[in-house]
Design a protein around this ligand. Sequence first.
Ligand code: ADP
Ligand code: MG
Ligand code: ZN
Length: 483
Amino acid sequence: MSAYQPVIGLEIHAVLETRTKMFCACPVVGSAHQPPNAAVCPVCAGLPGTLPVANRMAVEYALRVALALECQVARTSLFARKSYFYPDLPKGYQISQYDQPLAQDGRIAIHTSQGEQVVRIRRVHLEEDTGKLTHLDEDGAAATLVDLNRAGVPLLEIVSEPDLHSPEAVRAYAVAIHSLLRYLGVNSGDLEKGLFRIEPNISLRPEGRAEFGTRVEVKNLNSFRSLERAVAYEIQRQAARLDSGQPVVQQTLGWDDARGITLPQRSKEDAEDYRYFPEPDLPPLVISEEWLEAVRAGLPELPHARAARFRRQYGLSAYDAGVLTAEKAAADYYEALAAAAPAKAAANWLTGEVFAWLNGHGASIQEFPLPPAALAELVHLAEAGEITPNTARAVLAEMLATGQGAAEIVAAKDLRLVADPARIAAWAEQALAEHPEQVAAYQGGKSGLKQFFFGQAMRLSGGRAQPRALEDELARRLDKIED
Ligand code: ADP
Ligand code: MG
Ligand code: ZN
């Protein structure tokens, strides 16, 4: 196969979690539990004679993202009509932004195995979502149901420059944007429900060539894993075509996750097909200096800065700091835990046992049953050497199963390690007394038998002897015998 450089740019659509829709007062219903067409009014149903009014909160959310991405925010931007005909679009056009978007020219840093990379953001703009279609085939009679609950829900589109060159970088970029939107509190982050949609544009060019190749756009990706797989697949597919002298056809593709392949959806529209023109029913969107500054002042600490602070403040590795700050809720949990337990041990427990539990249960940190204070109690017992690491893990399982506290379980099951010199001495004495032949062998020079005595004494203690104390006691006694 010849050497090609993959060139990839992403379009990300994120549903803004505002209370009401983009241009009307209908509620935004993120869940599928709402009955169809329960949140619809004449505006979002596209009835003639109605007028849209822009949602101030949606604009504010968009400003948060634009500022966090270090974009140039336009003091005046325009809404535009993007026309196409499809039953999920009641007006026959979507209100979007076109040649004068809210924000342009931003950047975000991502981390891959190749190190840090800055990805340029081309634009950030506001638009509205479409309705949802359900295709039925009842008794052979095809029918399509239209649900307009989603029609008019605010969407933020974030378009990157084609700065990405590998599936790994594409994933890192999508994860970084996802994390950022969660930190900013503007998006639920739910890929499976279609509230965060990722569309990669992928092309190849011969290594060293400046000019871009023909690209395809892939839709229907509902996980970061499918994103990475779809991009890797497209790179292979396009390389094979180019190698065999066939051109790449510019088109929109769907991703079939079960088969692990992309499939043609439709040939690509050009901008002319949409007949964009300024939306006559909405005034230009004007952002005052004061508003922009107020939004800037209200921005929370962002993932990148928080990871840097975690390294400084808690002495964490870059890796741990990155893992712990990727999700705002996990970072919040960590800080609460680290306030009550040693920071490094807190990080180990969270990235180890807790994340494993979450993975195993397909749960998020918000669903983890133990509050930080409860886990801190266990971390303290383990760190102080009061229980063994194995016992600590068993106690965690018990806490999760019963809701009991760590100290309570340790006390009830008598799991605390014993360091009391009299009891340690008794176990050591008994172990030696029960094995006179081995003691004799030890005296004869078989120093390896120390391990054996340790094991015997530990067994007598039921595994509860404090290991260092027992080791010392045995050594003292055996050395005395040697003298
Ligand atoms: P549209 O898809 O609406 O025509 P653009 O042309 O602005 O919009 O591009 C959309 C996305 O495609 C952007 O993220 C951009 O970086 C990316 N892109 C543009 N050209 C290429 C290319 N040749 N290869 C890969 N990605 C590209
Ligand atoms: Mg596109
Ligand atoms: Zn409405």
